[in-house]
Design a protein around this ligand. Sequence first.
Ligand code: BG6
Length: 484
Amino acid sequence: MTLNDNFLWGGAISANQVEGAWNIGGKGMSVADVATFKPHVDVKDYKAHNAITTEKILEAKNEEDAKWYPKRRGIDFYHQYKEDIKLFSEMGFKTLRISIAWTRLFPTGEEEQANASGIDYYKNIFKELKKYNIEPIVTLSHYEMPLALSEKYNGWVDRKLVDLFVRYAEVCFKEFGEYVTYWLTFNEIDSVGRHPFITAGIVEDKCIGYSLDEAIYQSLHHQYVAAAIATNLCHKIIPGSKMGCMLTKLTTYPNTCNPEDVFLSLKSNLNNYVHADIQVLGEYSPLYKKQLENKGINIKMMPEDERLIKENTADYLAFSYYMSRTESSDASLEQTSGNTIMGVKNPYLPSTEWGWEIDPLGLKISLIELQDRYNVPLIIVENGMGAKDELTKDGKVHDDYRIDYLREHIRAIIEAAEEGVDVFGYTSWAPIDSISVSTSQMSKRYGYIYVDQDDLGEGSYKRIKKDSYYWYKKVIESNGEILD
Ligand code: BG6
């Protein structure tokens, strides 16, 4: 066996994409609750579609309905979590990665006391997981910060967010520490640069007296500091706990051996590593500091920040991997669609309907690179294929394309482990269909379990096992030995 017997097989979901119940149990509005769905948006136009303004936020706040705001309804996991967890357990899950909606505990982010109903809700989930021996991996912030903090402070631009997040994290450690050993601070922290609103609450028209770029780098700094303080607290409050950081692994290839292309891909890879360098190695690298200086970005730091970051590094590195990207110095080449992650088309790779290029070997490459650079335990906490599934008349979903995608990626993990990579788990995105983060579509499905709901929220919300459900069960049972 290449993988350890206790390899953590499972799936990953986030509160804002599955829970629904956006205004129930005292929950406040989060940045996810203002994300709109629009039919027929071309995949190339999603960046513009998702661009947020103060006006759009006001419009969303005046709308009570969930129809055009699908993350408000999710897949009703809030009410159906027992049934869903049972289905995961029947697949043999060893772990489930979930996130906590900050706004269930602190509706505006600034309350003195946490909301008891939110605490009970998550405790019940953890108890349910415990019943089936499913180890939770819990992300504290997964694209669902309180909207009120975005409105009042322009999100993480303000230092105040560090204290507010730490207060929230401390409540989580104290209340849920009995159930949770594995934690993650920020989902895909690097995405503050790609979608500043959902990751850090930054609204461009509120950047007054500073540029959007300054807002992004300042917010990132505040998140690194908050992550460091939270890591320290987590270790103190929960003995034996493990706090990880999380990166979108964007492995970039040069389009040709033209040194110009190689240079661009080098820059792109370094810009991706920066976030793990700071959180795992504990410092802003000299190259990164110089890059900021050259851009004229002057991050405001408190005297203790660099020490905090140095002393409280992550115990493990978690990452998502969906695709690789390719850089070229030739501006005339065709770009991939890929929502917010673009590159030039790689002629060697097929892509999904959303333009995400399918590259299992890229996952092996990523694992080896990360092992070599950081030498800490690694876990893939997201990987999967969004597709439009068809529910047949006899109530089945034959998703062979998904099985093919996952099989080859799991094979890549096993091969990387054979080469000495210390990888301790795999949670595919997402074990059950949920609302797409980038397009707010329901029809961009990832699950082993089909949810009967369309893009406008119509449907019975019934759960149906797809072919991939039975396949993944066998993979887990055999600890990755049976992939076909
Ligand atoms: C990751 C996010 O970037 O990609 C998830 O952490 C997200 O929340 C996943 O769902 C897939 O993206 P999308 O846009 O297809 O939902």
